[in-house]
Each structure stands twice: as C-alpha cells, then as structure tokens.
Design a protein around this ligand. Structure first.
Ligand code: UDX
Ligand code: UDX
Length: 463
C-alpha cells in the first residue's frame, strides 16, 4: 500500500516537528497536521515562520520549505481524517488529575476522543499510528473503539513511539538512532507496518527501522525514558555524596563515562530533570507495575522520581541556607526557566519548583530566559496552586535583559544550561550585585576558577 496522504492529530512538540520532517523528506506525500487549538494552528500558519509556536533549532527553515507545498496546518480535523490513508495520533497524554490512578496513570481521554472521531469520520480503510507515549495495551483499546463504532471500514493500529528530544528535535528526526514500529503479526498488520517503513525509508537506513509487536513497541518507549531518567537520578544521587565528601561529580561522571559499558551521555548532574516525558512516563510505568501487583518493580522505578524531587528541593534549600538562612525580600536572579536549553518548553521544569520553594520563603525572583515569556512563567506557577495569581505576580520580576535581572540581586541561580549564559560578562554582573555575590550553578556550566577570581561565592551541583 502506497501512502499519499497523511493526517496527524496534535500539532504539539511531537506532532509538529515530526510531520515537518516527513513532509520535507517525502514531497510526494501530502501531510496535514490538525489540532483543536485554533490559536496554535494560526501560529503554525503565520506568514512569518519565526512565529511558529514551537522553537526548535532548524525547524522554521524546514516549515518554510514545505509549508503550502505538501505540509498543511488546519483545524478541519474531519476533512483531514477522511482524506488520509494514514493517521498519526500525537495528542497529549498528561498524568491523570482525577479519579483512579490520579497523579500516576496517563489520562487517555484525548486518545479515546481521537479514536471515536476517526471511527465516525472514516469511509475508507485507514492505518492509525500511535505517536503519543501510551501505556502498554492502549492500542487494544483504540482498536476496540474503532472496530465497534466505525462504519465497517478496516483499521490497522501501529505503535510508532517518538524518541526525539526537545532542543535537538530536527537533528534527532533527521538522524534517528532507530525507528520503532509495532504492529499486528497478521498479514494485514504486516502490510501496514511495511507502509510506514516505506515512509521512513525515504531518509532512514532500513537497518535502523525495527519492527516488533505492538506491546513491545509501546513498552520500549516507557522503558527508554525510564532508563534515561534513572541515569540522571543516579548521577544526582552521587552529586549529594560528592558534596559531603569533597569529590567532584563532574570528575566522577567523566571517569565512569569512559567505561564503554556505561558510556558518557546523560551523566550530567543537575538541579533535576524536567520535561513533559520523564516524570509522566515513569509514573505511568509505576502505575502499570502496581496494577499487575508488582510492588517491588513499582517501588524500584518510583525511587527515580523521589530522587529527582529531592534534588530540586535540595537546590532551593542550599540557596536559603547559604544566604544566611533567609531570603525574605532578597532578589534572586534566575537565569533560565525552560526545562533544558534550546527549547521554549517549560513543562515540569525544575525552575518552577525551585521558584515555588523560594517564594514560600518570601524571596523575589527575577527571571530571564531567552525564549520564555513572563506570561508563561506566571502560568507555570499559578498551575501549582500554591498561592494566588496576584501573589505570584508580586513575587516574580521578569526582565528582557539578563544584566538587569541580576542587578542588585543577592544571588544568581542557573536553572537552564543556555549557551549564552557562559558567554556573559560576569565581571559586569558581579559589579551590579549585592555583596557577597553568590552564584548557584544548577547546571554546572560556569567556570568555578573564573567566577571565584572575580569575587563570587560559587556553588555548583556535586562539588
Ligand atoms: C504529546 C504527548 O504528551 C506525548 O506523550 C507524546 O509522546 C507525544 O504527544 P507533545 O506533542 O509534546 O506530546 O504535546 P503537546 O505539545 O501538548 O501537543 C498536543 C496537541 O494535541 C495540542 O496542541 C492539543 O491542542 C492537541 N489536541 C489534544 C488535539 O488536537 N485534540 C485533542 O483531542 C487533544
Ligand atoms: C526525553 C528523551 O530523551 C526522548 O528520547 C523522549 O522522546 C522524550 O523525553 P526530552 O525530555 O525532550 O527528551 O529531553 P532530554 O534531553 O531527555 O532531557 C530531559 C531532562 O533531563 C532535561 O531537564 C535535561 O536538562 C535533563 N538532563 C538530561 C540532565 O539533567 N542531565 C543529563 O545528563 C541529561
């Protein structure tokens, strides 16, 4: 089966970039990305490609090339579903905030809504591809809805989890370590798998395209994220021990990373991991394990989250303790709010939790992030519901300029590893700050010797 038209439901951080690359690499396929959010679609269609809603290095150029040619963004969901032979579901699956599994299980209501809509609209056979990260056996639920509410047309369900990381999405999509496609072992299932393999084969070497059964594919995505997050919690656990013993966690990471069995990546101690995936997926894994009665398995993985929460709390505690046990009415400058560099995404960013702790201690937080607006910072804090929106607005001072943010501050805290922070004129920052001037480097990006020479009291994670 040759695919000529693809529809993707969900124009978010995953759906948007993924479809842009498919459109760029497969000019013969018409790709339509649909979303319920009209504002978001309007932004994707903005005449100025610099205004697309997601910031990823290299993405706007690709959108510019393909948009209007074979890449379209639309709110006409029914029409796009009807026309496509292959439909990607890339809607969000947040952690449930109500009912059974609250705070742990993935909320599948959007997935189910999509399945029902696809069933209602479809007049011809479709391949439905799960792109969202989902609990194992979700495909079964989607299939049941499609088969029981559809118009008699046939559906094949594939699982095709996305492994891109934000900030490097374009490179990850262009040069993936692997593409994973799970499908039915039946002849029809294998044909559907082949149709999707053929799409990726336009730019990915066939030996990097793995095909498995649906359940293995779904569980592989959760497992990959759990392993990655676990490495960060492992090195962060060591960072606390290093601080107590006088070892340097960067040196430890370097030493163990040279063991080819361990490898050097994902060993950077930090203020804690953020992002929309790690916490959500581990909580989901924990929930699944518990639901099968596997208490030890659940406890094992839950510890990764416990360690991460501890690391964020430890960072804010260190700031308070070092500033003579009070930050009341002190100005603390936050360099960075995004959960990592090169993205405007702030979901689950450590900055939110550290700010929340410090505001509880009556600190004033001056935020500068090259890609995050004051509106977003306040929305993130309001979402925690620790205090009223008015109170948050009074506690957050935001600046367009990092030097203003740091001016008169008692301390600077680095929350995101943006490259530009390293290149700042730290002497100038020092001169404008209260003395003694403290830097709490939650990303270990600055040079201790240089900062101490200027006169800063410098504290990094794990040394
Ligand atoms: C999402 C999931 O969170 C993640 O688990 C999965 O791996 C990929 O999809 P992301 O793209 O980052 O990640 O989410 P988000 O940026 O929130 O985008 C989802 C989009 O779907 C939003 O624009 C939302 O408006 C849209 N949506 C949601 C619909 O169009 N219809 C719905 O019914 C629900
Ligand atoms: C992650 C996975 O990497 C990706 O494969 C999956 O598809 C989605 O989830 P993402 O969350 O976008 O991607 O970014 P990632 O680079 O994994 O970083 C996650 C968090 O861990 C960030 O807050 C980052 O700063 C932090 N991190 C990462 C560390 O603290 N130390 C490290 O060594 C690496």
């Amino acid at each position: 089966m040759k695919i000529t038209k693809i529809c993707c439901i969900g124009a978010g951080y995953v759906g948007g970039p993924t479809m842009a690359i498919i459109a760029q690499k497969c000019p013969q396929i018409q790709v339509t990305v649909v979303d319920l959010n009209e504002e978001r679609i309007a932004a994707w269609n903005d005449a100025d490609v610099n205004n697309i809603p997601i910031y990823e290095p290299g993405l706007s150029e690709i959108v510019k090339e393909a948009r209007g040619r074979n890449l379209f963004f639309s709110t006409a969901v029914d029409q796009a579903i009807d026309e496509a032979e292959m439909i990607f579901i890339s809607v969000n699956t947040p952690t449930k905030t109500y009912g059974k599994g609250k705070g742990m299980a993935a909320d599948l209501k959007y997935i189910e809504l999509c399945a029902r809509q696809i069933a209602r609209v479809s007049k011809s056979n479709k391949i439905v591809v799960e792109k969202s990260t989902l609990p194992v056996r979700t495909a079964e639920a989607i299939k049941s809805i499609l088969d029981n509410t559809g118009n008699g047309v046939k559906f094949q369900i594939l699982s095709n989890p996305e492994f891109l990381a934000e900030g490097t999405a374009v490179q990850d999509l262009l040069h993936p370590d692997r593409i994973l496609i799970g499908g039915d072992t039946t002849a029809e299932g294998q044909k559907a798998i082949q149709a999707l393999v053929d799409v990726y084969a336009n730019w990915v070497a066939v030996d990097k395209i793995l095909t498995t059964n649906v359940w293995s594919s779904e569980l592989s995505k959760l497992t990959a994220n759990a392993f990655l997050a676990q490495r960060i919690s492992s090195i962060n656990a060591m960072s606390e021990l290093c601080e107590k013993t006088g070892a340097d966690v960067n040196e430890v990471a370097r030493a163990i990373g040279m063991d080819s069995r361990i490898g050097p990546k994902f060993l950077k101690a930090s203020v804690g991991f953020g992002g929309s995936c790690f916490q959500k997926d581990i909580l989901n894994l924990v929930y699944i394990a518990k639901s099968y009665g596997l208490q030890e398995v659940a406890d094992y993985w839950e510890q990764v989250i416990i360690m991460n929460d501890h690391q964020k709390r430890r960072f804010s505690d260190t700031i308070v303790k070092t500033l003579y046990n009070t930050v009341s009415d002190k100005k603390i400058a936050f360099l960075g709010w995004a959960f990592k560099k090169d993205t405007n995404d702030t979901r689950e960013s450590a900055a939110i939790y550290v700010a929340d702790d410090l505001i509880n201690e009556n600190a004033k937080i001056a935020v500068y992030d090259p890609k995050v607006s004051r509106k977003k910072v306040l929305a993130d804090l309001d979402y925690l519901q620790t205090r009223t929106a008015d109170e948050n607005a009074k506690s957050i001072l935001s600046f367009e300029n990092p030097y203003e943010a740091c001016s008169n501050a008692h301390a600077v805290a680095i929350l995101t590893e943006w490259d530009e922070f390293v290149a700042y004129d730290w002497q100038k920052i020092y001169d404008a700050m209260q003395k003694p001037a403290f830097v709490f480097d939650g990303r270990n990006i600055l040079d201790k010797a240089v900062l101490e020479k200027i006169g800063f009291v410098y504290q990094a994670i794990g040394s």
